[in-house]
Every structure is written in structure tokens, then in C-alpha cells.
Design a protein around this ligand. Sequence first.
Ligand SMILES: Nc1ncnc2c1ncn2[C@@H]1O[C@H](COP(=O)(O)OP(=O)(O)OP(=O)(O)O)[C@@H](O)[C@H]1O
Ligand SMILES: [Mg+2]
Length: 209
Amino acid sequence: MNKTPLAPQKVRLPRVVWFTGLSGAGKSTLANALEKVLAANGMHTCVLDGDKLRHGLNRDLGYSHAERVENIRRVGEVAKLMIDAGLIVLVALISPFREDRRKVRELFGPGEFIEVHVSTPLEVCERRDPKGLYRKARAGEMPDFTGISSPYELPEAPQLELDTAHLPVHECVARILTLLQARDREQPTAGKPPPTYNPGWFVAGRTDK
Ligand SMILES: Nc1ncnc2c1ncn2[C@@H]1O[C@H](COP(=O)(O)OP(=O)(O)OP(=O)(O)O)[C@@H](O)[C@H]1O
Ligand SMILES: [Mg+2]
């Protein structure tokens, strides 16, 4: 697939922002918040949320090692298709294994893949427990639960590390926007100035819209 003619019409520079981290770290929250700001700035985006994909595309997959590997591979391939269509793709997926993230990164061109480690500590994620999964995992009802009964391999060189125990959502979004702008400046498209993202209402702390 040739991405050259389509991409500039949609966004200046297609990217995948890949949020990795423990359950409850804030990946979906940040992906959705970022999407709102990008959309408000006229960018064409798509959120690929691991949870939601497990109800559709990946509903045949469980949580064994092999199935997790396949889960991540499929999401990477879908993100790749979307990048080729010119979108900014925001992926929220625990993606616990380093090797799988490396393989996914290799699907993309230089600068296209931005790895964001949502590094909220386990204790905080467990305290939040937004889906009650940690409680179940501690009770032994969730085999292979990342952080409890299955490992999370820390990213070695993420483009960004965001600990949401200390950073509010709007600050995390602002940091990602700064990174996207820096990338756009490094790789400007011919004849067009890089876009300036205006966090607008978000910086005012209105995280609920
Ligand atoms: N600064 C913050 N950034 C992100 N989330 C935060 C922050 N402060 C508190 N939270 C809360 O933490 C929880 C994070 O849940 P979220 O569903 O985004 O996690 P997740 O990483 O997508 O988990 P999962 O892998 O299970 O889908 C939410 O309830 C959110 O409101
Ligand atoms: Mg999520």
C-alpha cells in the first residue's frame, strides 16, 4: 500500500502512539483524552483499545503467552493499515512483552512509532482497580494477570514515560503533544509547516469533555 498520496490530506504526518503499561495505569484514559485534543485540532485519529478489540477482532484469543503475542501482532498490523491510510493511531494495550513491542515497532517507518510507557506503579494501579481485576487476580481467579501472575517487561527506551500517579491527565496529554510536535518538526512534509496542536480546553483542566 502506498501511503504517500493519501497521508497529507488527512494529517501532516501519520503516527502510532503506543501506550503500554499495567492494567489501570491509565492507557485508555490517556488515549481517549489525546484523541479529543487531536480531533479538536482537525487531526484524523483512531483509538485501538485492547479491551474493545477483544470483543471483536480478537475475541477468539485468550491470555496465554501465545495468544497475547498474537493479540499484539494483530493490533500492530491494524495500526499499520491505519497509518497507511494517513491516521494518527492511538493504541492502548498492556503489551507486556518487550519482544512483541519490538516486532510491532519494526512494522513502522522511522519516527512513526512512538512508545509511551504509562509507568504508574503496581500499587497505585491495584488501588485504583477500575475493573476489579486485581482483586480477582489476588483471589487466584485470573491466571496470567500482568503484574500479579504474569510479568510486565519494562520498556528499555520508551519515547515517553508517564507516571499517572504524579501527573494529571492534562499534563500527560500536553507532554505527548509536545513530542508529536517535535517529531513533526524533525520530519516536515514538503512545503507545509508542521501543525501546531492547541491543547485548548484541555490545559484548562477540563478532562471530562
Ligand atoms: N493522571 C491520570 N491519568 C490516567 N488515569 C488516571 C489518572 N488519575 C487517575 N486515573 C484513573 O485511573 C484509571 C485508569 O484506568 P484506564 O482504564 O485508563 O487504565 P488502562 O491502562 O487502560 O487499563 P487496562 O489495561 O485494564 O485497560 C481510571 O479510572 C482513571 O480515571
Ligand atoms: Mg484500557
